[in-house]
Design a protein around this ligand. Sequence first.
Ligand code: FAD
Length: 385
Amino acid sequence: MTDTDGSRALRAEIRGWFEQVLAAEVCLDRVPGCALTEEQDFAERRRYAGVLTRDGWAGLAWPREWGGRGGGYRERLVFAEEAARADAPDPLNRLGVDIIGPAIDVLCTDEQKRRFLPPILRGEAIWCQGFSEPGAGSDLSALSTRAERVPGGWRINGQKVWTSFGQYADCCVVLARTDPTVRPHAGISAFAVPMDAPGVEERPIRQMTGGSDFCEVFLTDVHVADADLLGAEGDGWKFAMTALGFERSINFLARQVRLTRNVSDLVVQIRANATRVPSRAKERVVGIHARAMALQAVVEANMAALDAGGVPGVETNASKVFWSETYQGMTDLGAELELTVPGFGDGLGAAWTSSYLAGRATTIYAGTSEIQRNIIAERGLGLPR
Ligand SMILES: Cc1cc2nc3c(=O)[nH]c(=O)nc-3n(C[C@H](O)[C@H](O)[C@H](O)COP(=O)(O)OP(=O)(O)OC[C@H]3O[C@@H](n4cnc5c(N)ncnc54)[C@H](O)[C@@H]3O)c2cc1C
């Protein structure tokens, strides 16, 4: 991104901070002697969230009222670029800081903001998102988890699936049907459910990467107080759409910025193995590089529009599709070279092959590519269903 005077100073400050703090205080699994198990990695990422808060970087764009720095998207973009440059880990409370916290700020009562927001920013409360169910993913409004009124609150029964970080989270936004008599979107409410409440059970799902980043969550007669209904009764759909808007705009920023860094790494590796890499692969990396550059320009334009008061629209759906498909093109090529060109990726421990496996999910989470294309066609281009 081209810097203004203000962002140049901020960039220098952030770069200095990463140089001083990251290596000294955060154990990174790529550092020799620092290989982490999955649980240690999650613990380390939780600790990293605390380090970001301690030094004032966690809430760069959060309102000052809730402990943030009151910055805008440009500041976030600078931070994301410097984090990618420093190869910083993903803080564990990313869902809370980027998606759920901002949705709470828009839709909840002052009492709830005071109760929920500061612990998210301090990295003390890790939140997860209990939206999808076995019978309700793309068609989220078909969800069947139900919440019935009981004295002093609600009783929730049902099952969630693909709940990212559910087994490490302290609290979950659970979407549940509170009124089965109205149209499906209108009868859903959102609840803050503590993960240690009686009746909540998580079962981690083992993925083909070998890790288990997400889990199933079973809810059996879980009691939730009235004070933990997020927004008004029937506002669950609004909560989900607000959260997904933040997911595809703010939350994807870091991933989109990191793609540019990953593509540069691939180019460097191809250059280092130039005589052994087939020319067809070199042609492919040129195309991937061009797409990454185009995405960077789109992201900067989207961010400038949001800073000028715009709301996330179909352009964020388009950049999500473009990012995920470019990411997969990059990992397809990296893994292919790692597996077929002797010496390619030496010292990286099959990093491309593992990114290839993890990258299959990018065209699914936060709405599949097919659903994104439907939205772009209908809302962006005005095409009939
Ligand atoms: C890594 C990962 C993390 C996730 N984290 C979370 C999380 O934290 N919380 C959460 O609630 N969910 C999470 N999800 C779930 C995710 O939101 C869903 O997987 C996604 O919305 C798709 O739903 P589904 O899996 O039920 O697939 P389905 O909706 O059953 O879709 C199956 C296929 O049919 C296609 N399809 C469905 N409907 C249409 C249509 N109308 N037009 C064209 N094609 C269609 C889809 O594109 C897809 O290819 C996560 C998923 C992944 C992979």
